[in-house]
Design a protein around this ligand. Sequence first.
Ligand SMILES: Cc1cc2nc3c(=O)[nH]c(=O)nc-3n(C[C@H](O)[C@H](O)[C@H](O)COP(=O)(O)OP(=O)(O)OC[C@H]3O[C@@H](n4cnc5c(N)ncnc54)[C@H](O)[C@@H]3O)c2cc1C
Length: 439
Amino acid sequence: MPYLQLLGEPNEVPQASNMKVLIIGAGMSGLTLAHQLKQNNIDFEIFERDPDEDARQQGWALSLFGEALEGLEILMPAELGPVEQTSHLRPLDLPAQFAFYDVTRPNMRVGVQSDDSGKIIRAHRQTLRNWLLQGIDVQFGKRLVSIEERDDKVTVRFEDGTTATGNFLVGAEGTRSVVRKHILKGKDVMKPLALGSIVGEIALSGEDFTTQLKLAHSGYIVMNSTLGSNDQSAIFCALNKVSDDGQTGYYYYILLWVDKQAPFTTDANPGWTVGATQQQLADFAREKTRAYPEHLRQLVDKVPTEGYKSPGFQLQGVQLESSQLPAGRVMVIGDAAHSMTPFRGEAGVCAFTDAMKLGKTLVKICDQQAQGQDMERLMTDFRDDMLARGKWAIDVSNPVLEDYGKYAADYKFGTFGKEAAPIESLNVQQSTAETMVSA
Ligand SMILES: Cc1cc2nc3c(=O)[nH]c(=O)nc-3n(C[C@H](O)[C@H](O)[C@H](O)COP(=O)(O)OP(=O)(O)OC[C@H]3O[C@@H](n4cnc5c(N)ncnc54)[C@H](O)[C@@H]3O)c2cc1C
Protein backbone atom coordinates (compact mmCIF):
# COMPACT_ATOMS: atom_id res chain seq x y z
CA MET A 1 0.00 0.00 0.00
CA PRO A 2 1.46 3.42 -0.86
CA TYR A 3 2.46 5.09 2.37
CA LEU A 4 0.68 8.28 1.37
CA GLN A 5 -2.62 6.48 1.79
CA LEU A 6 -1.79 5.90 5.43
CA LEU A 7 -0.81 9.47 6.18
CA GLY A 8 -3.45 11.02 3.94
CA GLU A 9 -2.92 14.03 1.72
CA PRO A 10 -0.99 17.06 2.96
CA ASN A 11 -3.19 19.33 5.08
CA GLU A 12 -5.03 21.82 2.91
CA VAL A 13 -6.37 24.94 4.54
CA PRO A 14 -4.26 26.32 7.38
CA GLN A 15 -6.50 28.21 9.79
CA ALA A 16 -5.76 30.31 12.80
CA SER A 17 -6.97 28.78 16.08
CA ASN A 18 -7.27 29.41 19.78
CA MET A 19 -5.79 26.05 20.59
CA LYS A 20 -2.35 25.90 22.15
CA VAL A 21 -0.14 22.81 22.21
CA LEU A 22 2.80 22.36 24.58
CA ILE A 23 5.51 20.01 23.29
CA ILE A 24 8.11 18.62 25.69
CA GLY A 25 11.33 17.53 24.01
CA ALA A 26 12.98 19.02 20.89
CA GLY A 27 14.20 15.70 19.51
CA MET A 28 13.05 13.77 16.46
CA SER A 29 9.31 13.57 17.12
CA GLY A 30 8.90 16.87 19.00
CA LEU A 31 10.44 18.98 16.23
CA THR A 32 8.54 17.10 13.51
CA LEU A 33 5.27 17.78 15.31
CA ALA A 34 6.25 21.43 15.77
CA HIS A 35 6.58 21.83 11.97
CA GLN A 36 3.16 20.25 11.41
CA LEU A 37 1.55 22.67 13.86
CA LYS A 38 3.43 25.69 12.52
CA GLN A 39 2.35 24.95 8.96
CA ASN A 40 -1.25 24.84 10.10
CA ASN A 41 -1.16 28.00 12.20
CA ILE A 42 -1.74 26.11 15.42
CA ASP A 43 -0.19 27.89 18.38
CA PHE A 44 2.48 25.88 20.17
CA GLU A 45 5.52 26.13 22.42
CA ILE A 46 8.33 23.57 22.42
CA PHE A 47 10.59 23.01 25.41
CA GLU A 48 13.93 21.21 25.65
CA ARG A 49 15.93 20.34 28.78
CA ASP A 50 19.35 20.83 27.12
CA PRO A 51 20.76 24.33 27.71
CA ASP A 52 21.26 24.90 23.96
CA GLU A 53 21.14 23.05 20.65
CA ASP A 54 24.81 22.00 20.78
CA ALA A 55 24.82 20.92 24.43
CA ARG A 56 25.42 17.24 23.70
CA GLN A 57 26.14 14.77 20.93
CA GLN A 58 22.82 13.74 19.40
CA GLY A 59 23.64 10.06 18.96
CA TRP A 60 24.82 8.31 15.83
CA ALA A 61 22.85 7.64 12.67
CA LEU A 62 19.17 6.91 12.12
CA SER A 63 17.41 5.15 9.24
CA LEU A 64 14.51 6.81 7.46
CA PHE A 65 12.33 4.64 5.27
CA GLY A 66 8.73 3.71 4.52
CA GLU A 67 5.92 5.78 5.93
CA ALA A 68 8.22 8.02 7.96
CA LEU A 69 10.46 8.93 5.02
CA GLU A 70 7.53 9.51 2.71
CA GLY A 71 5.90 11.74 5.32
CA LEU A 72 9.10 13.74 5.84
CA GLU A 73 9.34 14.26 2.08
CA ILE A 74 5.70 15.29 1.60
CA LEU A 75 4.57 16.94 4.81
CA MET A 76 7.58 18.97 5.95
CA PRO A 77 7.99 22.56 4.71
CA ALA A 78 9.93 22.88 1.45
CA GLU A 79 12.17 25.60 3.01
CA LEU A 80 13.95 22.89 5.02
CA GLY A 81 15.47 21.55 1.78
CA PRO A 82 15.47 17.88 0.76
CA VAL A 83 15.85 15.39 3.63
CA GLU A 84 18.52 13.64 1.47
CA GLN A 85 20.96 16.34 2.59
CA THR A 86 21.04 14.67 6.02
CA SER A 87 22.54 11.45 4.58
CA HIS A 88 25.47 10.16 6.61
CA LEU A 89 27.24 9.12 3.40
CA ARG A 90 27.62 12.66 2.05
CA PRO A 91 29.82 13.76 0.30
CA LEU A 92 30.19 10.20 -1.05
CA ASP A 93 27.58 9.47 -3.69
CA LEU A 94 26.62 6.02 -2.45
CA PRO A 95 23.18 4.62 -1.62
CA ALA A 96 22.36 3.55 1.93
CA GLN A 97 23.19 -0.14 2.22
CA PHE A 98 22.97 -2.65 5.08
CA ALA A 99 24.41 -6.16 5.24
CA PHE A 100 23.89 -9.12 7.55
CA TYR A 101 26.62 -11.62 8.35
CA ASP A 102 26.63 -14.74 10.48
CA VAL A 103 29.66 -16.03 12.38
CA THR A 104 28.61 -19.62 11.69
CA ARG A 105 28.28 -18.98 7.94
CA PRO A 106 31.03 -16.47 7.18
CA ASN A 107 30.46 -16.63 3.42
CA MET A 108 26.81 -15.64 3.67
CA ARG A 109 26.20 -12.03 2.75
CA VAL A 110 22.65 -10.74 2.52
CA GLY A 111 21.40 -7.21 2.71
CA VAL A 112 19.20 -4.35 1.66
CA GLN A 113 20.03 -1.26 -0.32
CA SER A 114 18.21 1.93 -1.13
CA ASP A 115 16.91 1.64 -4.70
CA ASP A 116 13.77 2.09 -6.80
CA SER A 117 12.05 -0.76 -4.96
CA GLY A 118 12.38 1.05 -1.63
CA LYS A 119 14.15 4.21 -0.61
CA ILE A 120 16.24 4.38 2.57
CA ILE A 121 18.08 7.42 3.89
CA ARG A 122 20.52 6.78 6.67
CA ALA A 123 20.65 10.19 8.34
CA HIS A 124 23.50 11.63 10.40
CA ARG A 125 21.61 12.43 13.60
CA GLN A 126 23.13 15.86 14.29
CA THR A 127 22.55 16.94 10.67
CA LEU A 128 18.97 15.68 10.84
CA ARG A 129 18.41 17.52 14.13
CA ASN A 130 19.78 20.74 12.58
CA TRP A 131 17.52 20.21 9.56
CA LEU A 132 14.51 19.86 11.87
CA LEU A 133 15.49 22.85 14.02
CA GLN A 134 15.18 25.28 11.08
CA GLY A 135 12.41 27.80 11.68
CA ILE A 136 11.38 26.40 15.06
CA ASP A 137 11.77 28.58 18.13
CA VAL A 138 12.80 26.05 20.80
CA GLN A 139 12.92 27.14 24.43
CA PHE A 140 16.11 25.52 25.71
CA GLY A 141 17.07 24.97 29.35
CA LYS A 142 13.51 23.87 30.23
CA ARG A 143 13.45 20.52 31.98
CA LEU A 144 9.90 19.39 32.69
CA VAL A 145 9.38 18.34 36.29
CA SER A 146 5.61 18.32 36.92
CA ILE A 147 2.20 18.60 35.26
CA GLU A 148 -1.20 19.83 36.43
CA GLU A 149 -4.47 19.25 34.51
CA ARG A 150 -7.47 21.48 35.23
CA ASP A 151 -10.67 21.63 33.10
CA ASP A 152 -9.50 22.12 29.50
CA LYS A 153 -6.05 23.40 30.48
CA VAL A 154 -2.71 21.73 31.15
CA THR A 155 0.05 23.52 33.06
CA VAL A 156 3.65 22.33 33.05
CA ARG A 157 6.35 23.31 35.50
CA PHE A 158 10.05 23.36 34.69
CA GLU A 159 13.07 22.82 36.89
CA ASP A 160 13.90 26.55 36.71
CA GLY A 161 10.56 27.34 38.39
CA THR A 162 8.81 28.74 35.28
CA THR A 163 5.49 27.40 34.00
CA ALA A 164 3.53 27.25 30.73
CA THR A 165 -0.15 26.57 30.10
CA GLY A 166 -1.90 25.16 27.00
CA ASN A 167 -4.87 23.03 25.91
CA PHE A 168 -2.82 20.01 24.87
CA LEU A 169 0.41 18.53 26.20
CA VAL A 170 2.59 16.21 24.10
CA GLY A 171 5.39 14.28 25.77
CA ALA A 172 8.02 13.77 23.06
CA GLU A 173 10.83 13.53 25.58
CA GLY A 174 12.09 10.01 25.02
CA THR A 175 12.21 6.79 27.02
CA ARG A 176 12.37 8.41 30.46
CA SER A 177 9.27 10.50 29.82
CA VAL A 178 7.96 12.62 32.69
CA VAL A 179 4.64 13.03 30.83
CA ARG A 180 4.21 9.24 30.66
CA LYS A 181 4.87 8.93 34.40
CA HIS A 182 2.23 11.61 35.01
CA ILE A 183 -0.29 9.70 32.85
CA LEU A 184 0.52 6.47 34.71
CA LYS A 185 0.23 8.26 38.06
CA GLY A 186 3.81 7.42 38.99
CA LYS A 187 3.62 3.69 38.06
CA ASP A 188 6.00 3.54 35.13
CA VAL A 189 6.19 0.78 32.49
CA MET A 190 9.84 1.35 31.49
CA LYS A 191 11.84 -1.89 31.89
CA PRO A 192 15.46 -2.70 31.15
CA LEU A 193 15.71 -4.97 28.08
CA ALA A 194 17.42 -8.36 28.47
CA LEU A 195 20.38 -7.04 26.49
CA GLY A 196 23.81 -5.82 27.44
CA SER A 197 25.41 -3.19 25.23
CA ILE A 198 28.85 -1.62 24.76
CA VAL A 199 29.78 1.07 22.22
CA GLY A 200 33.18 1.80 20.65
CA GLU A 201 34.06 4.65 18.26
CA ILE A 202 36.88 5.24 15.77
CA ALA A 203 37.75 7.38 12.71
CA LEU A 204 39.09 5.38 9.72
CA SER A 205 40.82 6.56 6.54
CA GLY A 206 42.41 5.01 3.45
CA GLU A 207 42.23 1.23 3.13
CA ASP A 208 40.53 0.80 6.50
CA PHE A 209 37.69 3.07 5.38
CA THR A 210 37.39 1.29 2.03
CA THR A 211 37.28 -2.09 3.77
CA GLN A 212 34.35 -0.99 5.92
CA LEU A 213 32.48 0.46 2.92
CA LYS A 214 32.97 -2.85 1.13
CA LEU A 215 31.37 -4.72 4.01
CA ALA A 216 28.41 -2.32 3.70
CA HIS A 217 28.04 1.38 2.95
CA SER A 218 25.92 2.22 5.98
CA GLY A 219 26.15 -0.57 8.51
CA TYR A 220 26.26 -4.32 9.02
CA ILE A 221 25.18 -6.71 11.72
CA VAL A 222 27.28 -9.76 12.54
CA MET A 223 25.31 -12.35 14.48
CA ASN A 224 26.94 -15.00 16.64
CA SER A 225 24.80 -17.91 17.78
CA THR A 226 27.60 -20.44 18.13
CA LEU A 227 27.56 -20.44 21.90
CA GLY A 228 24.04 -21.75 22.50
CA SER A 229 20.70 -20.13 23.11
CA ASN A 230 21.75 -18.30 26.25
CA ASP A 231 24.80 -16.66 24.82
CA GLN A 232 23.92 -15.02 21.52
CA SER A 233 25.66 -11.79 20.67
CA ALA A 234 25.82 -9.44 17.74
CA ILE A 235 27.85 -6.47 16.66
CA PHE A 236 26.24 -3.64 14.75
CA CYS A 237 29.04 -1.83 12.91
CA ALA A 238 28.04 1.46 11.35
CA LEU A 239 29.21 4.61 9.67
CA ASN A 240 28.16 7.71 11.58
CA LYS A 241 29.37 10.34 9.09
CA VAL A 242 32.03 11.12 6.49
CA SER A 243 34.53 14.00 6.62
CA ASP A 244 33.87 16.92 4.24
CA ASP A 245 36.72 15.79 1.95
CA GLY A 246 35.28 12.27 1.78
CA GLN A 247 38.50 10.70 3.01
CA THR A 248 37.59 9.73 6.59
CA GLY A 249 34.69 7.70 7.91
CA TYR A 250 33.62 8.09 11.53
CA TYR A 251 32.55 4.66 12.73
CA TYR A 252 30.94 3.16 15.81
CA TYR A 253 30.04 -0.34 16.73
CA ILE A 254 27.60 -1.62 19.33
CA LEU A 255 28.15 -5.03 20.90
CA LEU A 256 24.81 -6.44 22.03
CA TRP A 257 24.42 -9.68 23.89
CA VAL A 258 21.61 -11.55 25.63
CA ASP A 259 21.92 -10.69 29.31
CA LYS A 260 19.36 -12.45 31.48
CA GLN A 261 20.37 -10.32 34.47
CA ALA A 262 19.66 -7.01 32.75
CA PRO A 263 15.88 -6.97 33.41
CA PHE A 264 16.61 -7.00 37.14
CA THR A 265 18.74 -3.87 37.09
CA THR A 266 17.44 -0.51 38.28
CA ASP A 267 18.77 3.05 38.13
CA ALA A 268 19.84 2.66 41.74
CA ASN A 269 21.36 -0.76 41.09
CA PRO A 270 22.57 -0.71 37.47
CA GLY A 271 24.31 -3.47 35.51
CA TRP A 272 28.11 -3.69 35.49
CA THR A 273 28.54 -1.85 32.16
CA VAL A 274 27.12 1.36 33.62
CA GLY A 275 29.94 1.73 36.12
CA ALA A 276 32.69 -0.03 34.13
CA THR A 277 35.98 1.56 33.05
CA GLN A 278 36.91 1.86 29.37
CA GLN A 279 39.46 -0.92 29.87
CA GLN A 280 36.83 -3.27 31.33
CA LEU A 281 34.42 -2.51 28.49
CA ALA A 282 37.14 -3.02 25.85
CA ASP A 283 38.34 -6.29 27.42
CA PHE A 284 34.81 -7.68 27.60
CA ALA A 285 34.00 -6.70 23.98
CA ARG A 286 37.24 -8.20 22.64
CA GLU A 287 36.66 -11.45 24.52
CA LYS A 288 33.01 -11.68 23.49
CA THR A 289 33.90 -11.35 19.78
CA ARG A 290 36.88 -13.74 19.82
CA ALA A 291 35.00 -16.31 17.70
CA TYR A 292 34.13 -13.75 15.01
CA PRO A 293 36.08 -14.13 11.74
CA GLU A 294 38.84 -11.56 11.44
CA HIS A 295 37.33 -9.65 8.51
CA LEU A 296 34.06 -9.16 10.42
CA ARG A 297 35.80 -8.17 13.65
CA GLN A 298 37.93 -5.36 12.31
CA LEU A 299 36.15 -2.54 14.09
CA VAL A 300 36.46 -4.36 17.42
CA ASP A 301 40.16 -4.91 16.78
CA LYS A 302 40.78 -1.33 15.71
CA VAL A 303 38.81 0.65 18.30
CA PRO A 304 41.35 1.74 20.92
CA THR A 305 40.48 1.41 24.60
CA GLU A 306 39.89 5.17 24.83
CA GLY A 307 37.31 4.81 22.02
CA TYR A 308 34.87 3.01 24.35
CA LYS A 309 31.88 4.99 25.63
CA SER A 310 32.05 5.18 29.39
CA PRO A 311 29.91 5.08 31.42
CA GLY A 312 28.10 2.36 29.49
CA PHE A 313 24.33 2.33 29.18
CA GLN A 314 21.38 0.00 29.58
CA LEU A 315 18.80 -0.22 26.77
CA GLN A 316 15.25 0.27 28.08
CA GLY A 317 11.93 -1.00 26.76
CA VAL A 318 8.59 0.82 26.93
CA GLN A 319 5.24 -0.57 25.83
CA LEU A 320 1.89 1.00 26.73
CA GLU A 321 -1.55 -0.64 26.55
CA SER A 322 -4.50 1.48 25.41
CA SER A 323 -6.05 1.06 28.88
CA GLN A 324 -3.01 2.89 30.30
CA LEU A 325 -3.11 5.83 27.89
CA PRO A 326 -6.32 7.89 28.04
CA ALA A 327 -7.19 9.56 24.73
CA GLY A 328 -7.29 13.07 26.15
CA ARG A 329 -5.37 16.33 26.28
CA VAL A 330 -2.14 14.73 27.46
CA MET A 331 -0.44 12.36 25.01
CA VAL A 332 2.99 10.77 24.53
CA ILE A 333 4.68 9.98 21.21
CA GLY A 334 7.96 8.43 20.03
CA ASP A 335 10.18 6.63 22.53
CA ALA A 336 8.00 7.96 25.35
CA ALA A 337 5.21 5.70 24.02
CA HIS A 338 7.24 2.76 22.69
CA SER A 339 10.90 1.96 23.05
CA MET A 340 12.63 -1.11 21.61
CA THR A 341 15.93 -2.67 20.53
CA PRO A 342 17.75 -0.93 17.66
CA PHE A 343 18.06 -4.08 15.49
CA ARG A 344 15.57 -3.10 12.79
CA GLY A 345 15.74 0.68 12.91
CA GLU A 346 12.00 0.87 13.61
CA ALA A 347 12.04 3.19 16.66
CA GLY A 348 12.90 6.33 14.72
CA VAL A 349 10.35 5.48 12.03
CA CYS A 350 7.68 5.09 14.73
CA ALA A 351 8.66 8.43 16.28
CA PHE A 352 8.40 10.42 13.01
CA THR A 353 5.17 8.69 11.99
CA ASP A 354 3.61 9.40 15.42
CA ALA A 355 4.50 13.08 15.12
CA MET A 356 3.04 13.48 11.64
CA LYS A 357 -0.13 11.58 12.49
CA LEU A 358 -0.65 13.48 15.74
CA GLY A 359 -0.13 16.71 13.78
CA LYS A 360 -2.94 15.69 11.44
CA THR A 361 -5.18 14.75 14.37
CA LEU A 362 -4.63 18.08 16.13
CA VAL A 363 -5.36 19.94 12.87
CA LYS A 364 -8.67 18.05 12.59
CA ILE A 365 -9.54 18.80 16.21
CA CYS A 366 -8.78 22.44 15.61
CA ASP A 367 -10.65 22.66 12.27
CA GLN A 368 -13.72 20.98 13.66
CA GLN A 369 -13.49 22.85 16.96
CA ALA A 370 -13.84 19.31 18.31
CA GLN A 371 -14.68 19.18 21.99
CA GLY A 372 -15.76 16.45 24.42
CA GLN A 373 -16.60 13.14 22.74
CA ASP A 374 -15.57 14.32 19.25
CA MET A 375 -12.12 15.25 20.47
CA GLU A 376 -11.88 12.00 22.39
CA ARG A 377 -12.84 10.00 19.29
CA LEU A 378 -10.13 11.66 17.18
CA MET A 379 -7.51 11.18 19.90
CA THR A 380 -8.65 7.55 20.40
CA ASP A 381 -8.13 6.82 16.70
CA PHE A 382 -4.67 8.36 16.89
CA ARG A 383 -3.73 6.51 20.07
CA ASP A 384 -4.96 3.10 18.86
CA ASP A 385 -3.08 3.44 15.58
CA MET A 386 0.10 4.60 17.35
CA LEU A 387 0.02 1.76 19.89
CA ALA A 388 -0.67 -0.84 17.17
CA ARG A 389 2.28 0.41 15.09
CA GLY A 390 4.46 0.49 18.20
CA LYS A 391 3.44 -3.04 19.21
CA TRP A 392 4.27 -4.36 15.74
CA ALA A 393 7.68 -2.64 15.82
CA ILE A 394 8.44 -3.99 19.30
CA ASP A 395 7.32 -7.51 18.35
CA VAL A 396 9.61 -7.63 15.31
CA SER A 397 12.56 -5.81 16.93
CA ASN A 398 12.95 -7.21 20.44
CA PRO A 399 13.29 -10.97 19.76
CA VAL A 400 15.87 -10.59 16.97
CA LEU A 401 18.85 -11.61 19.09
CA GLU A 402 17.22 -14.20 21.35
CA ASP A 403 15.29 -15.86 18.50
CA TYR A 404 18.06 -15.42 16.00
CA GLY A 405 17.86 -19.03 14.75
CA LYS A 406 14.34 -18.41 13.47
CA TYR A 407 15.46 -15.40 11.44
CA ALA A 408 18.71 -16.93 10.23
CA ALA A 409 17.09 -20.09 8.85
CA ASP A 410 15.82 -18.44 5.70
CA TYR A 411 17.60 -15.08 5.81
CA LYS A 412 14.37 -13.44 6.89
CA PHE A 413 15.92 -10.29 8.25
CA GLY A 414 13.17 -8.29 6.52
CA THR A 415 13.80 -4.70 7.48
CA PHE A 416 13.43 -1.22 6.00
CA GLY A 417 10.25 -2.57 4.38
CA LYS A 418 12.32 -4.97 2.28
CA GLU A 419 13.37 -8.58 2.58
CA ALA A 420 17.11 -9.05 2.82
CA ALA A 421 18.45 -10.56 -0.40
CA PRO A 422 21.77 -12.20 -1.31
CA ILE A 423 24.06 -9.29 -1.80
CA GLU A 424 25.84 -10.18 -5.09
CA SER A 425 23.72 -7.60 -6.85
CA LEU A 426 25.28 -4.98 -4.59
CA ASN A 427 28.84 -5.79 -5.56
CA VAL A 428 28.96 -3.04 -8.11
CA GLN A 429 28.85 -0.63 -5.18
CA GLN A 430 32.02 -2.04 -3.69
CA SER A 431 34.20 -0.91 -6.55
CA THR A 432 32.48 2.48 -6.55
CA ALA A 433 33.31 2.87 -2.87
CA GLU A 434 36.90 1.91 -3.47
CA THR A 435 37.36 4.44 -6.26
CA MET A 436 35.79 7.19 -4.20
CA VAL A 437 37.84 6.78 -1.08
CA SER A 438 41.13 6.36 -2.90
CA ALA A 439 40.45 9.26 -5.32
C1 LIG B 1 22.10 3.14 21.17
C2 LIG B 1 20.86 3.49 20.39
C3 LIG B 1 20.88 3.28 19.02
C4 LIG B 1 19.75 3.59 18.28
N1 LIG B 1 19.79 3.37 16.94
C5 LIG B 1 18.69 3.63 16.21
C6 LIG B 1 18.68 3.40 14.81
O1 LIG B 1 19.66 2.95 14.22
N2 LIG B 1 17.55 3.67 14.13
C7 LIG B 1 16.42 4.17 14.76
O2 LIG B 1 15.40 4.39 14.11
N3 LIG B 1 16.41 4.42 16.06
C8 LIG B 1 17.51 4.16 16.80
N4 LIG B 1 17.48 4.42 18.12
C9 LIG B 1 16.26 4.98 18.70
C10 LIG B 1 16.06 6.45 18.33
O3 LIG B 1 17.14 7.18 18.84
C11 LIG B 1 14.76 6.95 18.95
O4 LIG B 1 13.71 6.09 18.57
C12 LIG B 1 14.35 8.36 18.51
O5 LIG B 1 15.35 9.29 18.77
C13 LIG B 1 13.07 8.72 19.27
O6 LIG B 1 12.72 10.05 19.04
P1 LIG B 1 11.95 10.85 20.18
O7 LIG B 1 11.51 12.12 19.56
O8 LIG B 1 10.95 9.99 20.83
O9 LIG B 1 13.05 11.13 21.30
P2 LIG B 1 14.44 11.88 21.20
O10 LIG B 1 14.85 12.10 19.79
O11 LIG B 1 15.34 11.12 22.10
O12 LIG B 1 14.15 13.31 21.82
C14 LIG B 1 13.78 13.50 23.15
C15 LIG B 1 14.17 14.92 23.54
O13 LIG B 1 13.54 15.24 24.79
C16 LIG B 1 14.46 15.89 25.63
N5 LIG B 1 14.02 15.68 27.03
C17 LIG B 1 14.11 14.55 27.75
N6 LIG B 1 13.59 14.71 28.97
C18 LIG B 1 13.14 16.00 29.04
C19 LIG B 1 12.49 16.77 30.05
N7 LIG B 1 12.18 16.27 31.25
N8 LIG B 1 12.17 18.06 29.78
C20 LIG B 1 12.47 18.61 28.55
N9 LIG B 1 13.08 17.91 27.56
C21 LIG B 1 13.41 16.61 27.79
C22 LIG B 1 15.79 15.24 25.28
O14 LIG B 1 16.89 16.04 25.67
C23 LIG B 1 15.67 15.08 23.77
O15 LIG B 1 16.14 16.21 23.07
C24 LIG B 1 18.58 4.13 18.90
C25 LIG B 1 18.59 4.37 20.27
C26 LIG B 1 19.71 4.05 21.02
C27 LIG B 1 19.69 4.30 22.51
